[in-house]
Design a protein around this ligand. Structure first.
Ligand code: PLP
Length: 490
């Protein structure tokens, strides 16, 4: 690594990105060119034999790659959930990538491991988690790449805790509970840790409960399973479901979990960021009954990909499932009596699946330091206010309806359909599909959809770092205009 080349190449990239962000609202939001295989046709069949100049590579990025990208940082990107980028997130990421250290065991990068411990504690306090999830309270947190990975780790910990009780052969009896709104990653995670697919209970939610998982329904399912000789293992409660932004009652579910010796995980991947505002902390009421909680700062907390906070009440349970202790990784310098590392020397390899790991703490620390808790609260509230405006606009237009209660910055809406006999209800709701397809094809905005109770629903997820009120007004006008054309044609 030649420091001068490094400085010149990095400066070129920073210039390139600054230009990109200046113009990001000029690109069609969803990839303009949707022809599969397009890029392969443009690129050579093999890697170059000799290195090429940076300008040439960047020219190819501009010409060949950018037109095939969906611009997640466009202010008119309202699809999925946001994936935030920020100057501080980028600066922190650049620093950690530049330093390129690997904090898998404490001695491999002591300050990196310790910074991670500090920022996860800061975040736990900001979102109002109980003391038991802080290192000082006997728990602790880790930064992983995604909720999916975090969920697999907690499922493995819960499984091993249960198997320790009932014996390894009991694995076929373990049951996981979730709702029909729970993210699909829990099903995948359960399969990965060996839970029989038939033992994954998907409990139905209804419009009456705002699509929240009812504790009574979980209780009934658990009691039925127990009566059949099965063993309740794990229950997932979500704060802010992916499809509709629904919130499960953490305390009530926690009580069911406690009664039956289940591990309770709270998945706050998206909406956890809102919990830094006191007005949303009530949604985590009962978190002291949970065994683990996770949220993704890379979604709505100005932290560039990737960054997922996972907190556990019992690091020992997590470590028991995930630790390895080969000689070549021992922290010889800090080994105390009996070869055990000191408590403060965290070996994060025992908190996750992989051994090698990124120094993610730096970017989250930068975000927290540059914007402060107050700045982040203002950021969240600004997006929620934009979503509230959109929700009011939808409600004021009698051709449309809001389909599920809006809790945070996600609005789920649709064009009303003429009433049909229930036998004809289906999810092939052509006019709303066409509406979404036409809006996205315009390149002026990008939204995605969900299907609930057989209804095709359009999701507007506000949360882009560059999104302003005018972008939300523009997308509403675009939706209205497009709907008018479609309805006239009908
Ligand atoms: N849980 C919820 C509620 C989500 O909305 C998502 C993603 O949108 C996930 C889990 C999966 O997150 P990740 O992509 O970090 O694995």
């Amino acid at each position: 690594l030649d420091p001068d080349t490094f400085a010149a190449d990095s400066a070129a990239i920073v210039d390139f990105l600054a230009g990109y962000y200046r113009d990001v609202d000029k690109y069609p939001v969803r990839a303009a060119d949707l022809e599969p295989g397009r890029l392969r046709k443009l690129l050579p069949e093999a890697a170059p034999e000799w290195g090429e100049p940076m300008e040439r590579i960047l020219d190819d990025v501009r010409r060949d790659v950018l037109p095939g990208l969906t611009h997640w940082q466009s202010p008119s990107f309202f699809a999925y959930f946001p994936m935030n980028a920020s100057a501080a997130g980028f600066a922190g990421e650049m620093l950690s990538v530049g330093l390129n250290v690997v904090p898998f065991v404490w001695v491999a990068s002591p300050a990196a491991a310790e910074l991670e411990g500090v920022v996860v504690d800061w975040m736990a306090s900001l979102v109002g988690l109980p003391e038991r999830f802080l290192f000082s309270g006997g728990g602790g947190g880790v930064l992983q790449g995604s909720t999916c990975e975090a969920v697999v780790c907690t499922l493995a910990a819960a499984r091993d805790r249960a198997l320790g009780r009932i014996g390894h052969e009991g694995i076929m009896k373990l049951v996981v509970y979730a709702s029909d709104q729970t993210h699909a990653t829990f099903q995948k995670g359960a399969r990965l840790v060996g839970i029989p697919p038939a033992n994954f209970r998907v409990i139905r939610t209804t419009a009456a409960s705002g699509y929240a998982l009812a504790a009574g329904a979980v209780s009934a399912a658990v009691e039925d399973d127990v009566a059949h000789g099965l063993v309740p293992l794990y229950l997932c409660a979500t704060m802010g479901t992916t499809g509709l932004g629904a919130v499960d009652p953490v305390r009530e579910l926690g009580e069911v979990a406690r009664r039956h010796g289940m591990w309770l995980h709270v998945d706050a991947a998206y909406a956890g960021s809102a919990a830094i505002c006191p007005e949303y902390q009530g949604y985590l009421d009962g978190a002291e009954l949970a065994d683990s909680v996770s949220m993704n700062p890379h979604k709505w907390f100005l932290t560039n990909m990737d960054c997922c906070c996972l907190w556990v009440a019992s690091p020992a349970a997590l470590n028991a499932a995930l630790s390895t202790d080969p000689e070549y990784l021992k922290n010889v310098v800090v080994a105390g009596a009996g070869g055990k590392p000191q408590a403060a020397a965290i070996d994060y390899k025992d908190w996750q699946i992989s051994l090698s790991r990124r120094f993610r703490a730096m970017k989250l620390w930068f975000v927290l330091r540059r914007y402060g808790a107050g700045g982040m609260r203002a950021y969240i509230r600004r997006h929620v206010a934009m979503a509230e405006w959109f929700e009011r606009a939808v409600n004021a237009d009698e051709r449309f309806e809001v389909v599920a209660p809006r809790r945070f910055s996600l609005v789920c809406f649709r064009l009303r359909q003429p009433p049909r006999p229930s036998s004809e209800q289906s999810d092939d709701d052509d006019v709303n599909r066409e509406l979404l397809a036409a809006v996205n094809a315009s390149g002026q905005a990008f939204m995605t959809h969900f299907v609930v109770d057989g209804k095709f629903v359009i999701r507007l997820a506000v949360g882009g770092a560059m999104t302003e009120m005018r972008h939300v007004r523009d997308v509403w006008e675009l939706v209205q205009r497009t709907a008018e054309q479609l309805l006239q044609r009908q």
